[in-house]
Ligand binder design. Sequence first.
Ligand SMILES: [Zn+2]
Length: 262
Amino acid sequence: MSSHIQRATELVAEAESVVVLTGAGMSAESGVPTFRDAQTGLWQRFAPEQLATEEAFRANPSMVWTWYVWRAMLVDSVDPNAGHHAIGTWQQHLAARDGSLTVATQNVDDLHERGGAQDVLHLHGSLHSYRCLECGTPGTFDPASTGITADQDFDHETFVPTVHCDHCELGVLRPNVVWFGESLPEQAFAAAVSALQQAQLVVVVGSSGLVQPAASLPLIAHEAGASLIEINPAATTLSDTADIYIPSTAAVALPELLADIV
Ligand SMILES: [Zn+2]
């Protein structure tokens, strides 16, 4: 075991309050394509802004629904990796000892939850939740009911029926993801900041594509005195600030770091 892995293992063993902050690399390792990598076939004709704005949704809801339903089905077709499972087990381990581990992710999939983590803070929303376009009330919708499948190739959008809000009955449901030009979910972001300010250890994983304001989160914790471990295959702007930078992936490095726990 190299010395920096050894030191990281010691930090993991000592920490009672932990935040794990994850980005697209964590999901990519499970086979979830990034937004842009998912833009094959029909979808490559569109700029991301044409699929991920309220304006696009209002102009062509069936197109935008089809894109999001298909991506939800893609996520359903893959499994959490060893890194997701390690984080879930670590959280349970700390909870049993009056400690805490908060997972904050930029990912819109549910792989952390399926890997055993609870109360995951989805900073960019979720492919598996829906809310009213007008009043924001959460609503239910089953993407599998559309018949869209993960292995489908599209040459046109598939009609997805309009689902009206149960609360205001005027609005329709929309995917509960953060679109271009929208703010991050206030509650999730505030909860992440609060956890980071109290954390002894922050582990940033698979986050080479962290975008603002989430990109500033590890620095909040570092300035508040937390130790910072970064796990990314390639160095990032954070690597010089991190106490320990591990050039690896979540599924490889996390089980190794947590070998005494998970
Ligand atoms: Zn409504």
